[in-house]
Write a protein that binds this ligand. Sequence first.
Ligand SMILES: Nc1ncnc2c1ncn2[C@@H]1O[C@H](COP(=O)(O)OP(=O)(O)O)[C@@H](O)[C@H]1O
Ligand SMILES: N[C@@H](CCC(=O)OP(=O)(O)O)C(=O)O
Length: 391
Amino acid sequence: MTTPRKFKQQPVPPWNRAVLKVGSSLLAGNDGGLSTQYVLGLAQFISACHAAGREIVLVSSGAVAAGRMLLEGHSDEDTSSAARQAMAALGQTQTIALWQRLFDRPLAQVLLTHDDMRNRRRYLNARATLQELLSHGVLPVVNENDTVAVDELTLGDNDNLAAIVAALVDADLLLIATDIDGLYTGNPRTDPDAEPINEVDEITSEIMHMASGAGSSVGTGGMRTKLEAAQKASAAGIETILFNGRDSEVSRLLSQDLLCGTRLRSTSSRLQARKYWLRHTPSVPGYIRVDAGAARALIEEGASLLPKGVLEAGGEFQRGDMVEIINDDNSQCIARGITQYGAAEINMIHGCHTRDIEERLGYSYGDSIVHRDDLATTDPLDAMTTGVEFS
Ligand SMILES: Nc1ncnc2c1ncn2[C@@H]1O[C@H](COP(=O)(O)OP(=O)(O)O)[C@@H](O)[C@H]1O
Ligand SMILES: N[C@@H](CCC(=O)OP(=O)(O)O)C(=O)O
């Protein structure tokens, strides 16, 4: 079925870093297995973004669809998790190989699970890896680690994973490429009266009810998981754009910042969302005591906390925990943040220059003890507006 292009052309919000999610429906050819037919336009879009100095993280499905052809003796009736996991393991190499054929620079494969994203230490490690790859101009290609993530495989949750990755890398935009022009009031494959929706300000339950399941034998989750993803992105202050990845004209327009599809706005700004999240994440019983210079830098300049300004760590927290940062004068909490180093590590590197971290510990998780992006100062005015009290 082809749906008439009835979506209007509209501008894309300004962005520098985006997550692009490409569904199985775009990678799987009509005869099964993978095909570059529908993703050539997307690859050109990615290259155009790179040429313009923009960063992309690609979240690509397609492993199960690719592996289905390769699993010898497999019958189509066998849809057990183990069979799908075996297909995913076989097909993942094909997916990466397909993308690699479309670019003349190296790609990086990143396999993640939702559990990894819930575990703060792994979350930080994944973030550091992705940041490092992006800083070197590499295109990361993310998929679920289907070998270990059975639940996600049955739910087909790469849409939701893409939203989590967008928050993880602090993306400006989540782009979801699929096999349909955008969100309609109903599934146009079954509802001939379905009307296109160009813009969504808030994903209400009414909007959610418009979405139903997958449109092809290879897609999973359908529009429902895309709207869930957009909800997650919105909560993180990130807009989502849904568009037809099969239409190379739409991909070409996108590289000119024009959209033919659905724009799902976010209900909060990135800063508000981040501050809210930081304020509502419970802290562990532990603290980092800082000197007056560091306290001033955090509060007045919005700086990261470096080892030089740290006097001591108290308690037994680990890397990735939310801890309080207290001042030396009266032990008042001046900020809260996610620490890159555990208490024992901080007590080995406090007062030292960042370049000496590696020598003291034998390794380094980076220059800052708490990065500015992971830190919310306990400004009394902010606390009043969010209703959260500190210390
Ligand atoms: N309200 C809706 N608007 C548009 N598409 C819908 C809607 N409800 C369900 N769908 C279905 O969602 C499908 C896209 O999801 P899916 O098949 O999972 O693709 P992908 O592999 O890209 O994730 C469409 O082909 C369409 O059949
Ligand atoms: N990880 C699975 C994909 C799961 C998934 O979400 O698929 P899709 O709905 O096509 O994006 C795979 O690579 O086949």
